[in-house]
Design a protein around this ligand. Sequence first.
Ligand code: NCD
Length: 328
Amino acid sequence: MAKPPKSELPSHLPLGEKSEGRFYRKHILSVKQFTRSDVEYIFTIAEEMRTMVERVGTFDLLKGKVLANLFYEPSTRTASSFTAAMERLGGSVIPINEVRYSSVSKGESLPDTVRTLECYSDVIVLRHNETGAAATAAKYLRKPLINAGDGAGEHPTQALLDLFTIKEEIGTIDGLTITMLGDLKYGRTVHSLSRLLQMFNVKVRYVSPELLRVPEHLREELLAGNLPFSEHANLDEVLAESDVLYVTRVQKERFTDMAEYESVKDAYVITPETLTKAKEQMVLMHPLPRVGEISMDVDADPRAAYFRQMEYGMYVRMALLAMVLGKA
Ligand code: NCD
């Protein structure tokens, strides 16, 4: 498709030609590194990205830049949305989606693998099964690394896209009651989203089986940060007051005892019947993949936002890539 003349682009677009900005050459490891103003800035850029994609599809902001997409764990959405984000910005991607076909299978260490990819690329996206792996890898790098999920630790880009989804769907974040359901212990998206929500004026309701409650260290952090939250085992206690219901998968791969997994795996299932007790305007989210926690019969309900959530993710990742490469 031909590039539109410059005059057709929105005049307020804050996407500069110069390499600078507040995240230029910064790693994105944890949501703890962001302020509320950072988050709002990311959302402004993500909205501009959405406008641009709707107008022109692909544009040349990151032309000549290369992203190394390094995944030690399975991924559909995160890997492909980073690829789509980079390609829509005119850049290119080195995909390492299956580390078993790389030298990792020969025993190469994470520091060596990321230093290798740094020679060929401008930014590295890393998903790893160990908590803290992104921070460890970043210590060896001069170029920015983006954490795409480290074990049961964090998933900062998912949390940003989750929050962006809430903002786009409801129009505001302040004043909402946000309920998170499912695996709150191992679910890294829950950990990152909870930390981000501390910056806003919200109430959080956590619903999980006893075994999968929010980990103690996070609970202490949230108490210290004055996030108003409560914990429940029964969704009915909080469903009617929820503006957002954020459902998660029980993270089978993090369990050491499979009998424990079996005992909690089907704890909650959202069905059309569940939604009869929810607000008319509630937003139903899920980072996906789902493995039974939300019945497919719910997909046609306008409150089901999980497919839209994936699309918002691409705009947020476009914003982050542009920012760390100094083009926003
Ligand atoms: C999540 C993850 O990998 O933490 N998936 C994703 O990135 N959308 C959630 C999950 O795997 O359950």
